[in-house]
Write a protein that binds this ligand. Structure first.
Ligand code: SAM
Ligand code: SF4
Length: 440
């Protein structure tokens, strides 16, 4: 039996993929360990979305190499870096990498590991599939409150800055029957919330069954009380989908709506397929249907040619929408992408940093204002875990809008729903006291 240690970098989809890998590398041949020092095989499930994600992985490889020099540990690189940097990873004699496997090749891992053992030769499989959805693999999850479930994989959008279509291939969706079966099993195992995942989750389509249909089907599963999804694209919000999100009580009232930029020239160069006016119209439509909808976003600053004036347009959209929270990134040139081939990365790091700081400051102000407006309200909270902040006497959970809410521990338990009166707010969390428990 080989001992395997697995470390995950990047997004929720990668966390989910690691759960798939754990299910594929099964006993009696493989056993997972929590310590890299005790492992025969070290797997790094990697992310390639920005350069700093890559750097982390290279640093980690050299750390493992130094610690285990001469010990014969096998090192495998999985995920997006494998498909994006095959040559650099395998042909560099300085790097002690034995095999690599892309996001559609995890079922080949047992063979790849055996092959390295038997022949001592490096192995790789980075084939991107138009069909692989792993619908026949039931991921090995830690028991808990929330379960991730990938309902589609890949992306066809080719935003010019983004490497995902190259590292994860074309869009493909799982059948709704298969997804519902998995959700039923999750419910039987005690999960209370599921998060449907996909690189462009709301373009889910299986033989004409769309994402609105899938949400309805999944919400009919008893025991699952909250449904979230990530990450949608603003172009795929037809009215019927918005109505399901607004009207179905199990679908959380929170939408992540990546803006990326607020200037139309930049949006066009990014190939986002919407203008700022169209985006703002969508926001109005959502708020018209559901004024309390929590909106969050992703923004990239310093895309090639972005002038100070262009950046101000992004700033203005942020001021106008008043997102509850946002992820703001410095543009990072990625190999293979259209932007890397056609547009020099011409905005200085200093400028990108200044723009990030300004947007983060604006977001902090808005988040604080929004969070303070909840003081005195009653929010339904699903208790998730001990508070990650100092006190051992507190639990943290999330309200429907996905905001963290801190409560005194009392006699409550994880997985329970409680009504909480909000008494305090910071830009990042809400705090409150439980007024009653909810039977669900
Ligand atoms: N599919 C989602 C969408 O359409 O917005 C996003 C998926 S991507 C994993 C998450 C975020 O990373 C993107 O929304 C974008 O803001 C950011 N991102 C992607 N490529 C980037 C790049 N080259 N440089 C900086 N940020 C990037
Ligand atoms: Fe990347 Fe655009 Fe696809 Fe999102 S929609 S994964 S940003 S190409």
């Amino acid at each position: 039996m080989k001992k395997v240690y697995l470390e995950t970098y990047g997004c929720q989809m990668n966390e989910y993929d690691s759960e798939l890998v754990k299910a594929i590398l099964k006993k009696p041949d493989f056993e997972f360990t929590n310590s890299a020092d005790k492992a025969d095989v070290v797997l790094l499930n990697t992310c390639s979305i920005r350069e700093n994600a890559n750097r982390k992985v290279y640093n980690r490889i050299s750390q493992i190499q130094q610690k285990r020099n001469g010990n014969g540990v096998r090192i495998g690189i999985l995920g997006c870096m494998a498909t994006n940097f095959r040559k650099q990873l395998l042909d560099n004699p300085q790097l002690p990498i034995d095999f690599i496997a892309g996001p559609d090749s995890y079922k080949r891992l047992p063979d790849l590991i055996d092959q390295v053992e038997e022949t001592g030769e490096k192995g790789f499989d980075i084939t991107l599939s138009e069909f692989e959805t792993y619908s026949d693999v039931y991921p090995t999850r830690e028991s808990g409150i929330n379960a991730w479930i990938a309902v589609m994989r890949g992306c066809n959008n080719f935003c010019t800055f983004c490497v995902v279509p190259y590292t994860r291939g074309r869009e493909r969706s799982r059948s709704p029957i298969n997804v519902v079966e998995e959700v039923e099993r999750l419910s039987a195992e005690g999960f209370r919330q599921i998060t449907l995942l996909g690189q462009n989750v709301n373009s889910y389509n299986f033989e004409g069954k769309d994402f609105a249909y899938l949400l309805q089907k999944v919400s009919a599963v008893d025991g699952i009380e909250r449904i979230r999804f990530s990450s949608p694209h603003p172009k795929d919000f037809p009215r019927n989908l918005l109505e399901v999100i607004v009207e179905n009580p199990k679908v959380c009232k929170q939408i992540h709506l990546p803006l990326q930029a607020g200037n139309d020239r930049i949006l066009k160069m990014m190939n986002r397929t919407y203008t700022s006016t169209e985006y703002l119209k969508l926001v109005d439509k959502i708020r018209g249907l559901c004024p309390e909808m929590v909106l969050t976003t992703d923004i990239i600053v310093g895309f090639p040619t972005e002038t100070d004036q262009d950046f101000e347009d992004t700033y203005k959209v942020m001021e106008q929408v008043e997102y509850d929270s946002s992820f703001i990134f410095k543009y990072s040139e990625r190999p293979q992408t259209i932007a890397s081939r056609k547009l020099p990365d011409d905005i200085s790091d200093q400028k990108k940093k200044e723009r990030i700081v300004r947007l983060n400051e604006l977001q902090k102000e808005i988040s604080y204002k929004k969070n303070r407006s909840h003081i005195g309200q009653i929010h339904e909270v699903l208790i998730e875990q001990e508070s990650t902040k100092k006190s051992a006497n507190q639990y943290q959970g999330r309200n429907d809008g996905n905001k963290i809410v801190i409560i005194p521990k009392g006699t409550y338990r994880k997985g329970q729903f409680v009504n909480v009166k909000i008494t305090e707010a910071t830009p990042h969390v809400l705090k409150g006291t439980v007024v009653d428990t909810i039977l669900k």
